[in-house]
Write a protein that binds this ligand. Structure first.
Ligand code: NAD
Length: 503
């Protein structure tokens, strides 16, 4: 295992990237200005591969949040008045700028969130995809006409922007998870206040401010307040100004955010955690199922809400599947994400590592067997395969968010369904079978928002509804579904001839 510091950036080097704004990254973005940190506390951004501080950003205060929402509120109406093609053009331009800055973004992806090149490419493609689809929403569906039950009346449903949108995002796919709300929100005539995760304030927030500024977005339409969720998050999510509170992150924090938003009559849109099952039925193509299982568990060190967390394998294929997965796990190159060929980088921080390692150790103490991996060095955790696992072991009962593949045997399809559904989460799932009708029956029985047959759980397409049920969230993202969240329908009726009232 390697965890070299050979490619470490020196402190503040990320401020010298081509994409960095004049002010460097140590700033808030308010009303089109890069506001320096001043006497605010600072958040150090650490490269998880080298454990060096690469830059610092301001820790926004509650006063900053108030100011950002007031600015967004002031800017929104004028922005909504701008022609839709103009709004779409600015989002499209911001999207193209992301492409132009791809090399610098790759550096930021690596040093801020430990993303290897494969993940960088994947995330940039997702971010640009969501921005393209988002831009297109500006020109879509202005509303509709409905017949009336009242003679002489015409019913119109007029689609209007929701207003100010508050956005809170996590660190694992920071650019994409922020873009998938910010781009459609802006295209649809809303203004935005964005709070990126404290680990990834640049990729999750300040980069978007930079490209939208360069694309010509009017001042105040997008505002970015980096900050600690546990310090200013309650204030951010209970604020009276926003009409929509979009939260992507853990179920535990999301529940509180949703409750606070509702308490302020703000519509919550919650994309939360997952504990996703990869089900290999008795008639599966074992090679395909194993390839898919490895990709779904180990990509970006398993740090995706839609990663495979649990492998459920028919008992007749179990031993061969475990051996194949272990073989694939041991072949994945681990190291600094900026070293060519690296496929597994570091996890984001010590507390995540300790949680993951704790779940593995406790499960092994309770009878699980390590078939591959099982150790760590710094924040680098070896891709790990565990056999002899049961559903009550911590590595299965919790969303582990690490490069760990616990494999559980089952006897019947019904048992697989029961195990898969034995969680409060309901995000993604995958099923392998050579009989698509059989797999489809299992898909129908899974209590998740998304299921992928003969593939793995990691799928997201910018024009397809994305989201979960239960503790995995409320609402759907992408295309027309996020448009519903980010707009409101007003019923305007016109009584075209005198109406007969009962008195
Ligand atoms: P987290 O909930 O700890 O943090 C997410 C965001 O919430 C961060 O910006 C954080 O600063 C903020 N926050 C923390 N406390 C807050 C508070 N009291 N009020 C308001 N905001 C607060 O999540 P995480 O550990 O950073 O991210 C991993 C989690 O996100 C996993 O559970 C993963 O499954 C989930 N996730 C879900 C999706 C999805 O689309 N469903 C996508 C990615 C990640």
């Amino acid at each position: 295992m390697t965890s070299t510091s050979e490619h470490a950036l020196e402190e503040n080097d990320v401020a010298n990237l081509d994409i960095a704004p004049e002010a460097g990254w140590n700033a808030l973005y308010l009303d089109g200005e890069w506001v320096p940190a001043g006497d605010r506390d600072l958040i150090d951004v650490e490269n998880p591969a080298t454990r060096t501080t690469v830059t610092s950003v301001p820790s926004s205060t509650e006063d900053d949040v108030d100011e950002a929402y007031a600015i967004a509120d002031d800017a929104q109406a004028a922005w909504a008045e701008r022609p839709p093609q103009e709004r779409a053009a600015i989002v499209t331009e911001a999207c193209e700028l992301l492409g132009e800055y791809a090399d610098d973004l790759a550096t930021l992806f690596a040093v801020e969130c430990g993303g290897v090149q494969l993940k960088t490419d994947f995330e940039l493609q997702l971010a640009q995809g969501t921005m393209k689809v988002g831009a297109g929403l500006a020109m879509r569906d202005g509303g509709r006409r409905k017949d009336s039950v009242t003679p002489g009346k015409e019913n119109l449903l007029v689609r209007e922007p929701a207003g100010v949108v508050g956005v809170i995002t996590p660190w694992n796919f920071p650019l994409y998870l922020s873009s998938r709300v910010v781009a459609p929100a802006i295209a649809l005539g809303n203004s935005v206040v964005l709070k990126p995760d404290e680990h990834t304030p640049i990729m999750g927030g300040l980069v978007l401010a930079k490209v939208f500024e360069e694309a010509g977005l009017p001042d105040g339409v997008l505002n970015v307040v980096p900050g600690y969720g546990h310090e200013m998050g309650d204030h951010f999510s209970s604020h009276s100004v926003p009409s929509v509170m979009s939260f992507t992150g853990s179920s535990e924090v999301g529940r509180g955010v949703g409750q606070r938003a509702v308490g302020s009559y703000t519509e919550p849109a919650l994309e939360l955690g997952g504990n996703n099952a990869h089900i290999v039925l008795s008639d599966a193509d074992l090679e395909r199922a194993t390839d898919a299982g490895a990709f779904g568990s180990f990509t970006h060190q398993g740090q995706e809400c839609i990663s495979i967390n649990r492998h459920l394998v028919h008992e007749s294929l179990y031993d061969e599947y475990v051996a194949g997965l272990a073989d694939r796990a041991t072949q994945l190159p681990i190291g600094d994400p900026r070293e060519e060929g690296t496929l597994v980088g570091p996890v984001i921080n010590e507390s995540q590592r300790d949680k993951i390692v704790g779940y593995v150790n406790e499960s092994v103490e309770r009878g699980a067997t390590v078939e591959a991996g099982g150790s760590h060095d710094g924040l680098f955790i070896e891709p790990t395969v565990l056999s002899g696992v049961t559903s009550d072991m911590p590595i299965v009962a919790n969303e582990h968010f690490g490069p760990i593949a616990p494999v559980i045997p089952f006897e019947t399809d019904e048992e697989a369904i029961r195990i898969a559904n034995g969680t409060e989460y309901g995000l993604s799932g995958s099923i392998h079978s050579s009989d698509v009708a059989r797999a489809r029956d299992v898909a129908d029985a899974l209590e998740t928002g998304m299921v992928h047959i003969n593939d793995q759980t990691l799928n997201d397409e910018p024009h397809v509804a994305f989201g979960g049920v239960g503790a995995s969230g409320m609402g759907r993202y992408n295309d027309e579904w996020i448009m519903d969240t980010l707009t409101t329908l007003k019923w305007i009726s016109i009584q075209r001839e005198p109406r007969e009232y009962p008195y």
